[in-house]
Design a protein around this ligand. Structure first.
Ligand code: FAD
Ligand code: 2HG
Ligand code: ZN
Length: 482
C-alpha cells in the first residue's frame, strides 16, 4: 500500500516537472490525451501518465532525461497511423507518450546535393510538396501520407507504392538526428552518399520502431521529377499472369517502372460498392475480373517516349492473353482516380469491420503458389473465411488480409486470429517469406516474431536493445518482449 502511494506521488511530481519543462498546454491528460491512446485500427487501447508534445530536439532530450531519471517508459508517436500498435502504450498507465508532431520544420533544402533536412514530425505529404516546389521529387508515397510523419516512416522503415524504383524509407535517408535512451543528442545529419566509418548507427535506428531512441530529424534524398508519367489499370485472370506482366514490365521499362500494384477483383469491387463516388475504369465482364493490376511508368525523356514504351509492353501482354482488358489514364485526373481506388482499400476494409492483417513478403516467383495454397488451406480450416488480397506486387509484398465468414461476427473472427496467423505465417515461412514486409512488428507481431526468427537473431537483437536502452524504457514491449 505504501509503495502504491509512493508511486503515485512520484508520478505527480513527474507530471509537474514535465509541465515545468514544456508548459502545461503541452502535457495532456484525461480527455485531451485519449485520441493518442488508441491505434488507427482500434485494435489497441492503452493508458498513459501523460501525452507530451515537445517543440524542439532539446525539449525531446529533456523529456527523455526526466523519464530516464524516474524510470518512466517513453512511447514515441508520430501521426499514429501505424498498423501494428507500435505507438500505443500498454494499459499500465505508467508510460509517457511522446508526440513528435510539433517538430515540423524543414531545416534545409540543398538542390546541389539533392537532399532536404527535415524534422521528424513533418507530415509526409507536406515534404513531397516542399520537394516539388524546389523542382525535386521526394518519392516516398503511401495512402496515409496526409497524416503520417517522416519520423514514423523512418521508425517503421515504411514502404508504400514507389519502393520498386526508389526503395523503402531506409534507402531514402542519408543522416539522422536522434535522442538516445539516456537523453543525449546524436547529431548524425550527414548528407553523404558514401560514409564507411564503422557500424551504421543510422540503419540501426531506422526500422527500430522507437525501441532504441527517438528520431528528431533526418537528411533525406531527393530525385529529379519525372518528365512524363503513364498509368494503367489492367484486368487479369490470374495472379500468375500478373507476375508475368510484372516481369515483362521490368524488362521493358527498366528503372522507369515506378509502381506495380495488384488487387484481387472482389477487393476493388468492394471499394466501389462502399464508396459509390468512385468507379472502376471498366464495364461488363472486365469490371468483374478476378484480378487487377495498377501499373505506373515514370519517364525521364518525353511523353512520346513514355507512350511508346507503354504501348509496346502492354500491347504484347494483351496480344498474348495475359491482360484481358486495359484502361490507360488519359490525363492526370484519371491517373489520380486509379491510384485513389487502390489507396482506398484499407479504408474500405476498415468499413467492413475488423480484419486479420498479414503484411507479408514472398519471393515474387513463389507468390502465385503462396496465394493458391494458402487460400485453399484457409478454406479447409476456416470455411467461408474471406480473403482480402492486394499489395505491392513489384516488391513481392502482399497484404494478405482475412475477413470474417458471412455467418461469423467480428468477435468470432478475432477469437481465431492466432490460429489464422499461425496458418498464414507458417505458409509464408514455408515459401521463404517474411511475416512483416513494411508495417513493422509493434505489439501485433511481437510474439509471432519469436516463431520465425532464429534464436541467434533474437539474441543479437536483444543485445542491441540492451546496449542502447539499458533500462528498457524506450517503447517497451514493442518488437521484443520487455
Ligand atoms: P506512428 O504510427 O505514430 O508510429 C509508428 C511507430 O514508429 C511506433 O512504434 C512509434 O513508436 C514509432 N515512432 C513514431 N515516430 C517516431 C520517432 N520520431 N522516433 C522514433 N520512433 C517513432 N505503411 C507502409 O509501409 N506502406 C503503406 O503503403 C502504408 N499504407 C498505409 C495506409 C493507411 C490508410 C494507413 C492508415 C497506414 C498505412 N501504412 C503504410 C502504415 C503507416 O502509415 C506507416 O507505418 C507510417 O510509417 C507510420 O507513420 P506515423 O507517423 O503514423 O507513425
Ligand atoms: C497499403 O498498402 C497499406 O495500402 C495498408 O500498407 C495495408 O491495410 C493494409 O493491410
Ligand atoms: Zn502496403
Amino acid at each position: 500500500m505504501v509503495a502504491r502511494i509512493d508511486l503515485h506521488e512520484e508520478q505527480m511530481s513527474v507530471l509537474k516537472e514535465l509541465e515545468a519543462l514544456l508548459g502545461a498546454g503541452q502535457v495532456l491528460t484525461g480527455e485531451a490525451a485519449s485520441p493518442f491512446l488508441v491505434d488507427w485500427r482500434r485494435r489497441y487501447q492503452g493508458q498513459a501518465l501523460a501525452v507530451v508534445r515537445p517543440g524542439s530536439t532539446e525539449e525531446v532530450a529533456a523529456v527523455v532525461r526526466l523519464c530516464n531519471l524516474h524510470a518512466v517508459p517513453v512511447v514515441p508517436q508520430g501521426g499514429n497511423t501505424g498498423m501494428c500498435g507500435g505507438a500505443t502504450p500498454d494499459e499500465s498507465g505508467r508510460a509517457v507518450v511522446l508526440c513528435l508532431t510539433r517538430l515540423n520544420k524543414v531545416r534545409a533544402i540543398d538542390t546541389d546535393n539533392d537532399t532536404m533536412t527535415v524534422e521528424a514530425g513533418c507530415i509526409l505529404q507536406s515534404l513531397q510538396e516542399v520537394a516539388r516546389a524546389a523542382g525535386r521529387l521526394f518519392p516516398l508515397s503511401l495512402a496515409a501520407e496526409g497524416s503520417c510523419t517522416i519520423g514514423g516512416n523512418l521508425a517503421t522503415n515504411a514502404g508504400g507504392t514507389q519502393v520498386l524504383r526508389y526503395g523503402n524509407t531506409r534507402e531514402l535517408a542519408l543522416g539522422l538526428e536522434v535522442v538516445t535512451a539516456e537523453g543525449e543528442i546524436w547529431h548524425g545529419l550527414r548528407g553523404l552518399r558514401k560514409d564507411n566509418t564503422g557500424y551504421d548507427l543510422r540503419d540501426l535506428f531506422i526500422g527500430s520502431e522507437g525501441t532504441l531512441g527517438i528520431i528528431t530529424a533526418a537528411t533525406l534524398k531527393l530525385y529529379p521529377l519525372p518528365v512524363a508519367q503513364r498509368t494503367a489499370m489492367l484486368a487479369l485472370n490470374t495472379m500468375e499472369d500478373a507476375v508475368t506482366v510484372l516481369s515483362r514490365a521490368r524488362a521493358g521499362f527498366g528503372a522507369s517502372l515506378t509502381g506495380f500494384e495488384v488487387m484481387a477483383g472482389p477487393v476493388l469491387q468492394a471499394v466501389v460498392r462502399l464508396f459509390p463516388q468512385q468507379r472502376l475504369p471498366f464495364e461488363g465482364a472486365s469490371a468483374q475480373s478476378p484480378w487487377f493490376a495498377l501499373l505506373e511508368l515514370s519517364d525521364s525523356e518525353s511523353a512520346e517516349h513514355a507512350q511508346e514504351r507503354f504501348e509496346s509492353v502492354l500491347g504484347a501482354a494483351i496480344e498474348d492473353g495475359l491482360v484481358t482488358d486495359a484502361a490507360i489514364a488519359e490525363n492526370i485526373a484519371q491517373s489520380k482516380a486509379m491510384w485513389h481506388l487502390r489507396e482506398s482499400i484499407p479504408l474500405a476494409e476498415a468499413e467492413l469491420g475488423k480484419s486479420i492483417k498479414h503484411d507479408v513478403s514472398i519471393p515474387i516467383s513463389l507468390i502465385a503458389k503462396f496465394v493458391q495454397t494458402t487460400n485453399a488451406a484457409l478454406q479447409v480450416k476456416f470455411p467461408g473465411i474471406q480473403n482480402i488480397v492486394f499489395g505491392h506486387l513489384g516488391d513481392g509484398n502482399l497484404h494478405y488480409n482475412v475477413a470474417r465468414a458471412p455467418h461469423q461476427t467480428e468477435q468470432d473472427l478475432l477469437a481465431m486470429q492466432y490460429d489464422v496467423y499461425g496458418l498464414v505465417h507458417d505458409s509464408v515461412h514455408a515459401h521463404s517469406g517474411s511475416i512483416s514486409a513494411e508495417h513493422g512488428v509493434g505489439q501485433l507481431k511481437r510474439d509471432e516474431l519469436t516463431r520465425y526468427k532464429s534464436p541467434l537473431e533474437l539474441k543479437l537483437m536483444k543485445q542491441i536493445k540492451d546496449a542502447l536502452d539499458p533500462k528498457g524504457l524506450m517503447n517497451p514491449g514493442k518488437v521484443l518482449q520487455s
